[in-house]
Design a protein around this ligand. Structure first.
Ligand code: SF4
Ligand code: SF4
Length: 185
């Protein structure tokens, strides 16, 4: 058979020496390597009991933010969706009706807001593009799941708690936002 290149090497198959045929020296040197690792610092941790600190630039799951009165900040302008390179964000806008001023901060709001976490590359461009402080990436990551559908996060998954109803949970979520912003600054 003709070789395509001149890089072909003919390998010598030398017969095994007496020491190699015994196999025991090779087994002992392998065991020695294994035992020497018993006394070294472990490279692994007991997750989830122990957690490693995140990198300052880590970006995880998104949240939709509320203001101090519990109103949704998102005005469904679509800038986050337009800036998303992965086309992971979809939304449907709606007009705020009379009497809904306590629910939505602006005259328009996102009646439907979805992020496909399987598409998302966690680049943070949606957060950068938002003019209303309405979307943030946090230090939480999407839990594992068996179905693709469960990775499509809707408003109930993304909206942070209402401060008028759950002030502690809201403060916790807000604290996460502030800490994250300060880290990446
Ligand atoms: S983080 Fe990036 S990829 Fe993910 S939704 Fe935002 S803009 Fe799209
Ligand atoms: S999250 Fe921000 S950028 Fe996206 S639609 Fe709402 S207000 Fe606009």
């Amino acid at each position: 058979m003709q070789a395509l290149t001149n890089r072909v090497k003919v390998l010598d198959q030398k017969p095994l020496t007496f020491k190699e045929r015994l196999y025991l020296p090779a087994i002992f040197s392998g065991m020695l390597i294994t035992f020497s690792h018993l006394f070294k610092k472990k490279a692994t941790i007991n997750y989830p009991e122990q957690k490693r600190p995140f990198s300052p630039v880590f970006r995880g799951l998104h949240i939709l933010n509320r203001d101090e009165e519990g109103r949704e900040r998102c005005t469904a302008c679509g800038l986050c969706a337009v800036s998303c390179p992965a086309e992971a964000i979809t939304m449907e806008s709606a007009e705020r009706q009379k009497g809904e001023e306590g629910l939505y901060r602006e005259e328009k709001y996102a009646a439907k807001y979805e992020i496909n976490m399987l598409r998302c590359i966690f680049c943070g461009l949606c957060e950068e593009a938002c003019p209303k402080d309405a979307i943030y990436l946090t230090e939480t990551f999407a839990p594992a799941n068996y179905s693709r559908k469960s990775f499509i996060y809707g408003k109930p998954d993304l909206l942070i708690p209402d401060p008028t109803k759950e002030p502690e949970a809201f403060a916790k979520a807000q604290g996460g936002i502030k800490a994250h912003k300060e880290k990446v600054r």
